[in-house]
Write a protein that binds this ligand. Structure first.
Ligand code: AHR
Length: 519
């Protein structure tokens, strides 16, 4: 069924009609939710963000400087700060990405007009003014109420440089380096919650073999020393998607000296890096292919976790998917090195599907960071100078807020397949959790762009008698928000669910993400 050859931009606001989709076409889905069998906690950090010195991710996206005409507080743009607070961003990973293994922290501290201007060789060859450095990042995290995740430089740095950076951020002493921090305006140490020992050291982080990095990890990690009574989670630079040999070697050689292992996986719609596909122009085949690529996350997490289980059966080491999201070919007319792309209902589907996968694996997956927070890849927020727009992915993060810190609940879904050509996935995917107030939340994603779905779920251990929630949907697959039409895709109240006895019934519109509160 090949519909929309070049899907058109939706311009309509989302008035949600339950049952929207091709006339009468509907999928019947059944399932069972076991609220009486609570699983692990979905750590809030599963909802983390990645912000790299790349394109307009930091400069313009977060930082405009105190003298900017764009309304700001101490240089951070007010509109962006407010939007990020709204979705309760739990943690931000910075400064890269590939940028991290080229970054020398001393160049980003002290008076801004004295900081060296470098060339961002990785991303567009543009000037890097270093005006957003350690103080600016740590203060930004405090401003939005997020934990801090700093990625260190293994590829072109030294253990000494890394040790001194950690000392600069965390030391309460009167050492010369701690006093340098004070001279730069920060008396008290910051809380350094997570520290990454390198990034993608199999690639841009140094083109290392797994064995070489494993030795270097042990060496560098030893110098990530924080003051007594404080704790910083040490994250080893993990595999690229299905590189299971990397995980095997690193876990075998260094499991005892790490607290977490990272995993990077990007959804490439076509599956080919040399022609990834465009954000706005795609047909239904590419939509379905994208869903298949996104759901590979389940297999990757399952298989890497199985290797980790061999070396760490007590699950002390977390699996941090600290880079994930859709990566398209750059938006025509933009700097290809800036990785700027629009964000449609397709991105919303991928966000919902992937977050459901993370909920299922909450025992190992304790932090993730979607790439990237603003203006880069699958962003929450897009800006154009003083203008700002929230993407469909942002609205999924807003919808899923109740899952931060909730207990994961087993939910089984029997869904007919949604199939286009050789691509086939379950039409409906789901996850569930119980928040600390005892309210059960159910997330449902219907990826079929043509058919609504009636979902009937048998409930066990649920005391709630009503099912209310919100929905994200739109008339077309490529519906998205623009600076001129910022509300084309937005959340709406969802009234298509009921509880009768021990059965929850919900009718999901085609291409929709729904989160229900069972109260
Ligand atoms: O997110 C963009 C880039 O993707 C990161 O810098 C790198 O770690 C990954 O390859």
């Amino acid at each position: 069924m090949k519909l929309l050859k070049h899907a058109l931009v939706a311009g309509l606001a989302t008035a949600v009609l339950v049952g929207a989709g091709a006339a009468g076409a509907q999928t019947a889905v059944t399932g069972a939710l076991r609220a009486d069998q609570p699983g692990p906690v979905i750590q809030p950090e599963v909802y983390g963000q990645f912000a790299e010195h790349l394109g307009r991710g930091i400069y313009e996206g977060v930082w405009v400087g105190e003298d900017s005409k764009i309304p700001n507080t101490n240089g951070y743009r007010n509109d962006v700060v407010a939007a990020l607070k709204e979705i309760k961003v739990p943690v931000v990973r910075w400064p890269g990405g590939c940028f991290a293994d080229d970054y020398h922290w001393r160049e980003g501290v002290g008076p801004r007009d004295k900081r060296p201007v470098k060339v961002n060789v990785l991303w567009g060859g543009v000037e890097e003014p270093n005006s957003f450095g350690t103080n600016e990042f740590m203060d930004f995290a405090e401003l939005i109420g997020a934990k801090t995740y700093v990625a260190g430089n293994v590829g072109s740095g030294t253990p000494q440089e890394m040790a001194e950076w950690v000392e600069y951020m965390t030391s309460p002493t009167k050492s010369t380096i701690a006093n340098m921090r004070r001279a730069n305006g920060r008396e008290q140490p910051w809380k350094l919650d997570f520290f990454g020992v390198g990034n993608e050291n199999w690639g841009c982080g140094g083109q290392m073999t797994a064995a070489h990095y494993t030795d270097l990890y042990r060496n560098f990690a030893e110098f990530v020393r924080v003051p007594p009574g404080t704790k910083t989670v040490k994250v080893a630079s993990g595999p690229n998607s299905d590189d299971y040999a990397w995980t095997e070697t690193l876990m075998g050689g260094a499991a005892k000296s790490m607290n977490a292992l990272s995993l990077h996986y990007y959804t490439i719609p076509t599956g080919h890096w040399n022609k990834k596909g465009l954000a706005l122009h795609f047909d239904e085949q590419e939509w379905a292919d994208t869903m298949v690529q996104a759901l590979r996350m389940d297999e990757l997490v399952t298989k890497h976790s199985a290797i980790m289980d061999k070396y760490d059966p007590e699950k002390k080491v977390g699996l941090y998917v600290d880079e994930w999201g859709i990566w398209y070919d750059a938006e025509p007319g933009t700097n290809p090195g800036f990785l700027y792309q629009q964000n449609t209902m397709r991105d919303a589907m991928v966000a919902g599907l992937t977050l459901n996968v993370f909920h299922k694996h909450a025992d190992r997956v304790r932090l993730t960071a979607i790439a990237q927070m603003i203006n880069v890849l699958q962003a929450m927020i897009l800006t154009d100078k003083e203008k700002m727009v929230l993407t469909p992915t942002y609205w999924v993060y807003d919808l899923y807020k109740p899952f931060q810190g909730a207990t994961s609940l087993p939910i089984e879904i029997n869904s007919p397949a949604y199939t286009v050509g050789k691509s086939s996935v379950p039409a409906v995917s789901a996850s569930a959790g119980k928040d600390t107030a005892g309210v059960v939340h159910v997330a449902l994603v219907n990826v079929d762009p043509n058919k609504s779905a009636t979902v009937t779920i048998k409930l066990s251990g649920v005391t709630g008698k009503t099912a209310k929630g919100r929905v994200l949907t739109a008339p077309t697959m490529a519906a998205h928000n623009t600076f001129d039409a910022p509300n084309a895709v937005k959340l709406a109240d969802f009234k298509g669910a009921t509880i009768k006895g021990d059965t929850l019934t919900a009718t999901l519109p085609s291409k929709s993400v729904v989160v229900l509160d069972l109260n």
